[in-house]
Write a protein that binds this ligand. Structure first.
Ligand code: 5GP
Ligand code: ZN
Length: 108
C-alpha cells in the first residue's frame, strides 16, 4: 500500500488539518512554505495522468477544500500545485494538491 494510503488509513502518523468522506489534508513533512498542506483524495489515483471523467467532481472538491483550509488559516493569497509524473517532479504516486501559503522557502 502506498505511503499516502497508509496515512489515510491512520497506519502512519500525520498532522491532519481537514478530513471528510472523500479527502484528507495534512501538513507536508518537509514544508516548503510557512503553510504547506497536502490535499489528498482518499481514493488512490496515481496522478493527474490517471484521472478519469468520473473523478471530475472529486478533483474539483480538492480545490474547494484548499480554499476552505486557506480561509481557516487566514491566508490572503496562496499557491496551489500539482506535480504530475516523474518528469513533473512527482515523488509520491498518490494524487495530491500542494497548498502553499505565507513565506515560500523551497520548491515543491
Ligand atoms: P510530490 O513531489 O510527489 O508532489 O510531493 C510529495 C510531498 O510529500 C513532498 O512535499 C514531501 O515532503 C511529502 N511527503 C513525503 N512523505 C511524506 C510523509 O510521510 N508524510 C507527510 N506528511 N508528507 C510526506
Ligand atoms: Zn495511495
Amino acid at each position: 500500500m502506498c505511503i499516502f494510503c497508509q496515512i489515510i488509513n491512520k497506519e502512519l502518523p500525520s498532522t491532519i488539518v481537514y478530513e471528510d468522506e472523500q479527502v484528507i489534508a495534512f501538513n507536508d513533512i518537509n514544508p516548503s512554505a510557512d503553510v504547506h498542506v497536502l490535499i489528498v483524495p482518499k481514493k488512490h489515483i496515481d496522478s493527474i495522468m490517471e484521472l478519469e471523467e468520473a473523478d471530475e467532481k472529486l478533483a474539483g472538491h480538492l480545490l474547494t477544500v484548499a480554499h476552505k483550509i486557506a480561509k481557516e488559516k487566514n491566508l490572503k493569497g496562496y499557491k496551489l500545485q500539482f506535480n504530475v509524473g516523474k518528469e513533473g517532479g512527482q515523488i509520491i504516486f498518490h494524487l495530491h494538491l500542494h497548498l502553499l501559503g505565507g513565506k515560500v522557502h523551497g520548491q515543491v
